[in-house]
Design a protein around this ligand. Structure first.
Ligand code: FAD
Ligand code: AMP
Length: 486
């Protein structure tokens, strides 16, 4: 007889492991199926995020930022060190250690919450029935009253830049270079392209970012994007907008170069150009991963872009089958998947949990970080909303100056009539963590005045949020600016 569960989760990334653990906590007999094996042939829990995404990229960003500080900033603090040298294998080894610790941690959390971990590939073959293909090729079935699909995403590819993980790499390959490339090309100036480009630029690579769109970071507030473009340019990222990669050709041999053809604008004309790099990162986005996940006869519908179709509660077109995380619509962000996983588990237990899709924070972990939540100035202008903006530059923050880290600003937008906070856009030191206090405030429908009346510890970077809120109502104490559209 096949094994029986209350809930089976397919995929142990942030969406899947949060769903599984919460199901375990709620008393469901739960299993989570994961097919990924690490280099040692052990099941790799944690999905893209822990293995080849959020965590390893941040490990490399942190190391490379320390290298920059040792190289250029220690002396400002009066610390003399001899010229720092980057040991790339040691950096990658540390990153791998962090990944190992965290992925093993997920296995521990499964045990602690009585979630059965099943190593192999899961396929939904009927409502309530999952076929597992083990790594030795053997197959068996498990029954579940409820099934949660959390199969995630994989890097998108283009035929004109076929990834070989040697010379042309995707985001996964770019986490494992064995030496600093001299001349690095990056296709795509999105979040991943900018983060990974920054890592290798800090370590000494000459980095050229080729981006098809004319606008830099079109999803971000224009003022923040312009500031980011200026700062990243000064850091040495050569960001070429309006530049479409049309072809690539790699030379022969292991350390061969890659020749990249692209079109770019010169005045009104499109010009053909060519550049040669020793490595090329293809960072053109990600696509949902549903390979071998679904028997079409079950009737789980996909949308035109290949995402599993779900409603706001992550219910698919088939009863008792849910889907969450990158494999469904919405921003491809770990925290969005985590919240969806928890919501699904709690709904199975009869709770009325919801995800607030209006307040999904976005972060780019460059230095300085770029982070935002809610609406930006352009969106509100288009929507005809009257608003006040408070901007506070970090150069006026005592704590940022003390840390010698004072580029960027906090921009807070509040409704002109109700004063309710509508959005916050930050570029600056620790922007991601600073933003979080505004996310909480917005969850509680706070006004800019509420933030202004709250006491903030001094001296902290958070005071910049306080001052931006005061500035929105025209009374920042330091040099905040107010802009009104009313
Ligand atoms: P995934 O993490 O992709 O996990 C899906 C899991 O399902 C995988 O382990 C896969 O092996 C497994 N699976 C798939 N099909 C099957 C099957 N049939 N049977 C068994 N198992 C299966 N997001 C952030 O929020 N912050 C960041 O800083 C950030 N940085 C990133 C940096 C990089 C370089 C990349 C690539 C991504 C980054 N992301 C970041 C995005 C983040 O990693 C994803 O949004 C997140 O991992 C999605 O979680 P998920 O659980 O939906 O899917
Ligand atoms: P994101 O989706 O945020 O990861 O960003 C990926 C970026 O890659 C987008 O801004 C795309 O415009 C860009 N892009 C996609 N294909 C190409 C291409 N052939 N040449 C240059 N840029 C591209």
């Amino acid at each position: 007889m096949s094994k029986q569960y209350d809930v089976v989760v397919i995929g142990s990334g942030p969406a899947g492991y949060h769903a599984a653990i919460r199901c375990g906590q709620l008393g469901f007999r739960t299993a989570c199926i994961e097919k990924w094996l690490n280099q040692n042939g052990k099941t790799a829990y944690g999905g893209t995020c822990l293995n080849v995404g959020c965590i390893p990229s941040k490990a490399l960003l942190d190391t490379s930022q320390k290298y920059i500080e040792a190289q250029h900033e220690f002396s400002t603090h009066g610390i003399k060190v001899s010229k720092p040298v980057i040991d790339v294998p040691a950096m990658i080894g540390r990153k791998d250690k962090v990944v190992k610790q965290l992925t093993q941690g997920v296995a521990g959390l499964f045990r602690a919450n009585k979630v059965d971990d099943i190593s192999g590939s899961g396929r939904l073959i009927a409502a309530g029935l999952v076929q597992v293909t083990a790594h030795d090729g053997s197959q068996y079935e498990i029954e579940a009253k409820q099934i949660i699909l959390a199969a995630g995403s994989v890097p998108a590819s283009i035929p004109t830049a076929a990834v070989d993980q040697q010379t042309i790499v995707d985001s996964t390959g770019a986490l494992d270079f064995t030496e600093v490339p001299k001349n690095l090309g990056v296709i795509g100036a999105g979040v991943i392209g900018l983060e990974l480009g920054s890592v290798w630029a800090r370590l000494g690579a000459k980095v050229t970012v080729l981006e098809a769109l004319e606008d830099f970071l079109p999803v971000a507030d224009r003022q923040i994007a312009a500031e980011a473009q200026k700062i990243l340019g000064k850091q040495g990222l050569d960001i070429r907008l309006g530049t479409l990669v049309t072809n690539t050709a790699t030379g022969k041999g292991k350390n061969s170069d890659v020749s990249v053809e692209f079109t770019s604008r010169n005045g009104d004309k499109q010009e053909k150009n060519q550049a040669t790099f020793d490595k090329l990162i293809v960072a053109i986005g990600r696509k949902p991963y549903t390979e071998d996940l679904l028997d079409p006869a079950v009737g789980v519908e996909l949308d035109e872009r290949g995402f599993i179709q779900v409603n706001e509660q992550c219910m698919t077109s088939v009863a008792n089958v849910y889907a969450c995380g990158d494999v469904v619509r919405g921003p491809m962000l770990a925290h969005k998947g985590m919240e969806e996983g928890i919501m699904v588990a709690e709904r199975l237990a009869g709770k009325k949990s919801q995800v607030n899709y209006d307040l999904v924070p976005s972060v780019i972990y460059t230095h300085p970080e770029i982070a935002w939540v809610g609406k930006n100035e352009e969106e509100l202008t288009t929507a005809g909303v009257d608003f006040n903006i408070g901007v506070f530059p970090f150069v006026a923050s005592g704590r940022a100056l003390a840390a010698n880290d004072s580029s960027g600003m906090v921009k807070l937008i509040a409704d002109a009539k109700t004063d309710r906070v509508l959005g916050c856009h930050i570029i600056g030191p620790s922007a991601a963590d600073l933003l979080q206090q505004v996310v909480i405030a917005m969850e509680f429908s706070a006004s800019a005045e509420d933030l202004g009346l709250t006491m903030f510890s001094h001296p902290t970077l958070s005071e910049a949020v306080h001052e931006a809120a005061l500035a929105a109502n025209g009374h920042a104490i330091h040099i905040g600016n107010r802009k009104r559209r009313a």
